[in-house]
Design a protein around this ligand. Structure first.
Ligand SMILES: Nc1nc2c(c(=O)[nH]1)N[C@H]1C(S)=C(S)[C@@H](COP(=O)(O)OP(=O)(O)OC[C@H]3O[C@@H](n4cnc5c(=O)[nH]c(N)nc54)[C@H](O)[C@@H]3O)O[C@H]1N2
Ligand SMILES: Nc1nc2c(c(=O)[nH]1)N[C@H]1C(S)=C(S)[C@@H](COP(=O)(O)OP(=O)(O)OC[C@H]3O[C@@H](n4cnc5c(=O)[nH]c(N)nc54)[C@H](O)[C@@H]3O)O[C@H]1N2
Ligand SMILES: [Mo]
Length: 763
C-alpha cells in the first residue's frame, strides 16, 4: 500500500452532494434511518428541539427544513439505536476499555443504566438511582465544598444549568470550571471591558444587511455549516466576505447549497468569501493593527483634501473613550513588526482595509483561531477598536459576533455557571433562597486542573462533556482524577473521562435533547437554550428515550441535591418534576427573564436584550472603550529559533468530529481519509525537514516545565498553510498542549499556538 494512500481528493466545494451523501451514511448509522430523518425535520423548528450541533442562530423565515450536515451528525449520534447496557460493562473491564479509542467507546451507543464502579472487579455495575444518589450525597457531605470541582459542558440546558448552580452554591462553593474556559472565555473578558457585555451584538438578520463580513480564525464549513449559507447569500448580493484563516479552508472558499436544486444538479457552487488572507498563527492582532494604521492614514489624507472623513467622528466622540492612547500605539507600531507577526504584506492588508472603508455596514465574526492564544483578549479588543472606528456597532448590518461552540454555552453562563459570578447574581440568589451564598471566587478549568494535580481537589462532578480529553495534558489529568475520592459523570455516551472513577465512581445516564421528557403526571417537559445571537427559546424532544432507566439532567441534579442537602430550602423534587417551576425561579433571579415561561413558548423565543446593540455601554466609563495594548513582543511563530524542525502547532477539528466525539475518521474538506494521526505542513517546510507525504514523524513540545510531551507515528500531509505553522487534530494532540500555557486574563489553554520540535521517525 502506498504510504500516502490516506491522502485523497478534497471536495470541490463545501456542502453539495458530498454533504448529502455523508448525511445519508450518518443516518444509516443510526440503524433506523427513517426515524433519524424524521428527527432531523424537527431540528430548530418552533415545535421541535434545539439542534445540539452548534450555536448559530435560527432564521425567522428559513426553509421548513434547515439542512445541515453538522446537525444531522449530532442528531443521529444521539438518536442511534446502539446501546451500551450493563452486559457491555460486565464483558469489559475498565482497564480494558481505557485501551479503546475515543471512537470505539462512543460507538457502543447510548448508556442505559446508572452505573457504579466496583474496585474489586474493575467493572462498572448497574445500581438503583436512589441508592446512588444517597451514596453521592453522603460522600459529598464528607468533603469540604471547595475541594469539589463541578464541571459543565455547554450542551446543558438553561434549566439544568440554573438548578446545578443553585445546588452547588447552596452546597458551598463557586467551583464552576466549564467548557467555555477552553473556548470563548477571551471573548467574554474582552467584550465586557470594551462594550460592557461579554456577548455578541448582532442578530442573524444583520447578515442580510452587512456590506462586508470579516471572518477571523473560524472554520464554519465544518463547525457552523449553517453560517455558510449566510456567507454565500452575502456574496451573492454583492457583499464582501473577508477571511483571515491560517489554513485554506474549503468551506470558506466555495459552497454548494444542498437546498438549491440548480446547484445540486449542475454541480455549481458559489463563493463564500471574496478575499482570503492566511496570517501566521497568532498574527491576527498585528493584521488588524495594520488595517487600523491604514484607516487612520486614509482619514488624515481625506481631511487634508477636504473630503469626507473616513472615521465616524460623531460615534467616536459621543460613544467611545480612549481612542487617542490606542491611536498613538497604532502609529508607533512599525510595518516590519506588523508584517513579520501577521505574515501578511502591507499591500494585502491595504486590500482588506479598503473593503472595510468602502463598506457602510461591517460585521466581524471570530472563533477558536482567535480565542486560543496567549494574547486573545488583546486581539479581540483590537478587533473591537477597529470596528469602532467607523461606528460598526449598535446599528443594523453591523456589529461584533463571537461565534459560539456548544449549542448552549452562552446560556449556561447567562444563568449562573460562572466561577467568578457577578455580585448581582449572588445577591439575587440570596434574596431568592434566604441564605448566604459563597462569595469567594471558585475555580475555572485551569484552576481545577491545578487543584487536582496538587491533590487539594478531592472530587469531580461532570455535567456532560469529556473533561480529561478536552483539557490540555490529558494524561496528567487522567492520573490526577484517578486519585480523587469521588467522581460523578452525567452523560449520554461512554467516553474516556467516564473511565476515570477515582475511589468511588459513577456514570449517570441522562436523556438527550432529542428525547421526550415526561414528568410524573405524564406532561411533556421542555428546556430552553440561548444561541450566539442571544435568542432564547424552547426545545422539546420527539423521540422515545433510549432506555426506560434514563433520567432528565434536571432529575439527576435534583436527586443529588436532595440527597446532599435535603429539601428544607429548595424543594428539589418539585422542581425536578416541573421545569416551569425552575423557570419561575429563574424569572425571579435573572435580569431580563421576566415572564420567562410564556416568552420561551413562542416560535423562535425571545431576544435577550443586549444593551450594547442599542449603544448603551454598561462600562465604568459609560462608553465603548478602546483598548490600547502592545502587540506581543514575540508570537510563538517569532520565537521559533532558526533551527530547522521547530514549528508552531495549532490543534483543530476535523470534518467528522464533534469536539472529543469522533464521528468517523475522514476529513473530506481537507482530503484526509481513514486517518486522524496526521499533521498538516507547508510543502516548502517538508522539503527543508526532509519529509515526504505519508512519512511518520514525532512531535515534542518545547516548554520549560520539565515535562516530556511527545507523540510519535503521526503522518505528514502537505497543505496550504504558512511556513513555520503546522496543524493537527484535537483531542489526540492534547497530549502536547501544556496546561501551564494560557491566555492573559482568559486562562484559556493556548491550543492554537504550541511550540513543537518535529523529527522524522526511523523507518
Ligand atoms: N462539526 C462540528 N461542529 C462544531 C464543533 C465540532 O467539533 N464539530 N465544535 C463546536 C465548538 S465547542 C466550537 S468552540 C466551535 C469551534 O469552531 P472553530 O473555531 O471553527 O473550530 P476549530 O476547528 O478549532 O478551527 C479553528 C479555525 O481557526 C483557524 N486558525 C487557527 N489559528 C489561527 C490564527 O492564529 N489566526 C487565524 N486567522 N486563524 C487561525 C484554523 O485554521 C481553523 O480554521 O465549533 C462548534 N461546532
Ligand atoms: N487542543 C484543543 N483542546 C480543546 C479545543 C481545541 O480546539 N483544541 N477546544 C476546546 C473547546 S472550544 C471546547 S468547547 C471543549 C469541549 O469540551 P467538552 O464539552 O467537555 O467535550 P465534548 O467533546 O463536547 O463532550 C462530549 C461528551 O458529552 C456527553 N454528552 C453529549 N450530549 C450530552 C447531553 O445532552 N447531556 C450530557 N449530560 N452529556 C452529553 C457525551 O457523553 C460525550 O461523550 O474542548 C476544548 N479543548
Ligand atoms: Mo467550544
Amino acid at each position: 500500500m502506498p504510504k500516502d494512500e490516506f491522502i485523497g481528493k478534497t471536495s470541490k466545494a463545501a456542502g453539495g452532494w458530498g454533504a448529502l451523501k455523508s448525511c445519508g451514511r450518518q443516518l444509516l448509522e443510526t440503524r433506523r434511518p427513517l426515524a433519524g430523518a424524521r428527527t432531523m425535520l424537527k431540528a430548530n423548528q418552533p415545535d421541535g428541539f434545539d439542534c445540539p450541533g452548534c450555536a448559530w442562530g435560527d432564521p425567522e423565515h428559513g426553509s421548513s427544513f434547515e439542512f445541515c450536515e453538522n446537525g444531522v451528525k449530532a442528531v443521529s449520534w444521539e438518536a442511534t439505536k446502539l446501546r451500551a447496557p450493563p452486559e457491555f460493562f460486565a464483558a469489559h473491564s475498565v482497564t480494558e476499555l481505557r485501551g479503546w479509542s475515543d471512537y470505539d467507546l462512543e460507538h457502543q451507543g447510548r448508556l442505559t443504566h446508572p452505573l457504579r464502579y466496583n474496585a474489586s472487579t474493575d467493572h462498572y455495575e448497574p445500581a438503583g438511582w436512589d441508592e446512588i444518589f444517597a451514596e453521592i450525597g453522603q460522600r459529598l457531605n464528607a468533603i469540604t465544598p471547595d475541594a469539589v470541582e463541578f464541571y459543565t459542558s455547554g450542551r446543558a440546558s438553561n434549566e439544568v444549568a440554573f438548578l446545578y448552580q443553585t445546588f452547588v452554591r447552596l452546597y458551598g462553593t463557586n467551583n464552576f470550571p466549564d467548557c467555555s474556559n477552553m473556548c470563548h472565555e477571551a471573548s467574554g473578558v474582552a467584550l465586557t471591558d470594551a462594550i460592557g457585555i461579554g456577548k455578541g451584538t448582532v442578530l442573524l438578520e444583520d447578515f442580510e444587511q452587512a456590506d462586508a463580513i470579516f471572518v477571523f480564525g473560524q472554520n464554519p464549513g465544518t463547525n457552523h455549516p449553517r453560517m455558510l449559507a449566510d456567507l454565500r447569500n452575502a456574496t451573492l448580493r454583492g457583499a464582501q466576505v473577508v477571511v483571515f484563516n491560517t489554513l485554506k479552508e474549503k468551506g470558506l472558499t466555495r459552497f454548494a447549497d444542498p437546498q438549491n436544486k440548480v446547484e445540486m444538479l449542475t454541480g455549481g457552487s458559489e463563493a463564500t468569501s471574496t478575499l482570503y488572507f492566511q496570517p501566521r498563527l497568532g498574527g491576527d492582532m498585528a493584521a488588524v493593527r495594520g488595517m487600523a494604521k491604514l484607516v487612520f492614514a486614509a482619514d488624515d489624507a481625506a481631511r487634508a483634501k477636504g473630503l469626507p472623513p473616513v472615521l465616524d467622528d460623531a460615534f467616536l466622540s459621543e460613544h467611545t473613550a480612549g481612542i487617542a492612547e490606542w491611536r498613538a500605539l497604532v502609529e508607533a507600531t512599525t510595518w516590519e513588526q506588523i508584517e513579520e507577526q501577521s505574515g501578511l504584506t502591507r499591500e494585502n492588508l491595504a486590500r482588506a482595509a479598503g473593503v472595510y472603508m468602502a463598506s457602510d455596514r461591517v460585521i466581524a465574526t471570530w472563533a477558536m483561531g482567535v480565542t486560543q492564544h496567549r494574547h486573545s483578549v488583546q486581539t479581540i479588543r483590537e478587533i473591537a477598536n477597529f470596528m469602532f472606528l467607523r461606528g460598526n456597532i449598535g446599528r443594523r448590518g453591523a456589529g461584533l459576533c463571537p461565534v459560539r461552540g456548544h449549542s448552549n454555552v452562552q446560556g449556561d453562563r447567562t444563568v449562573g455557571i460562572n466561577e467568578k459570578a457577578p455580585k448581582a447574581l449572588l445577591d439575587a440568589m440570596e434574596r431568592e433562597l434566604g441564605v448566604p451564598m459563597p462569595r469567594n471566587p471558585g475555580h475555572n478549568v485551569l484552576e481545577a486542573i491545578g487543584a487536582m494535580l496538587a491533590g487539594t481537589a478531592r472530587a469531580f462532578v461532570g455535567l456532560g462533556g469529556n473533561f480529561a480529553r478536552a483539557t490540555p495534558d490529558s494524561a496528567l489529568i487522567a492520573a490526577a482524577m484517578d486519585r480523587l475520592d469521588l467522581v460523578v459523570h452525567i452523560g449520554t455516551k461512554l467516553n474516556h473521562c467516564h473511565l476515570l472513577h477515582g475511589k468511588a465512581g459513577f456514570i449517570l445516564p441522562c436523556l438527550g435533547r432529542t428525547e421526550i421528557d415526561r414528568n410524573s403526571k405524564g406532561i411533556r417537559q421542555i428546556v430552553t437554550v440561548e444561541d450566539s445571537m442571544s435568542m432564547v427559546h424552547g426545545s422539546g424532544g420527539i423521540n422515545l428515550p433510549a432506555s426506560p432507566h434514563l433520567k432528565s439532567e434536571v432529575g439527576i441534579v435534583a436527586g443529588i441535591a436532595h440527597a446532599t442537602l435535603g429539601s428544607k430550602i429548595v424543594d428539589w423534587q418539585a422542581l425536578a418534576d416541573d421545569n416551569d417551576l425552575i423557570r419561575e425561579m429563574m424569572s425571579r433571579v435573572l435580569p431580563g427573564f421576566g415572564d420567562y415561561n410564556a416568552r420561551v413558548r413562542v416560535p423562535r423565543g425571545f431576544w435577550l436584550r443586549n444593551p450594547a446593540a442599542a449603544r448603551e455601554w454598561r462600562t465604568p466609563t459609560d462608553k465603548a472603550n478602546f483598548g490600547a495594548f502592545d502587540l506581543p513582543k514575540q508570537t510563538e511563530w517569532q520565537m521559533r529559533t532558526e533551527q530547522p524542525g521547530i514549528f508552531v502547532l495549532q490543534t483543530l477539528r476535523s470534518h467528522d468530529q464533534y469536539n472529543t466525539t469522533i464521528y468517523a475518521m475522514d476529513d473530506r474538506y481537507r482530503g484526509v481519509y481513514g486517518e486522524r494521526e496526521v499533521v498538516f505542513i507547508n510543502p516548502a517546510d517538508m522539503a527543508d525537514a526532509g519529509v515526504a507525504a505519508g512519512d511518520r514523524i514525532t512531535m515534542e513540545t518545547l516548554s520549560d516545565d520539565g515535562i516530556d510531551r511527545r507523540i510519535s507515528g503521526f503522518r505528514v500531509v502537505p497543505y496550504d498553510i504558512p511556513p513555520g505553522c503546522i496543524a493537527g487534530y484535537y483531542p489526540e494532540l492534547n497530549a502536547l498542549v501544556p496546561h501551564g500555557s494560557f491566555g492573559d486574563r482568559s486562562f484559556t489553554p493556548t491550543s492554537k499556538s504550541v511550540l513543537v520540535r518535529m523529527s522524522r521517525d526511523a523507518a
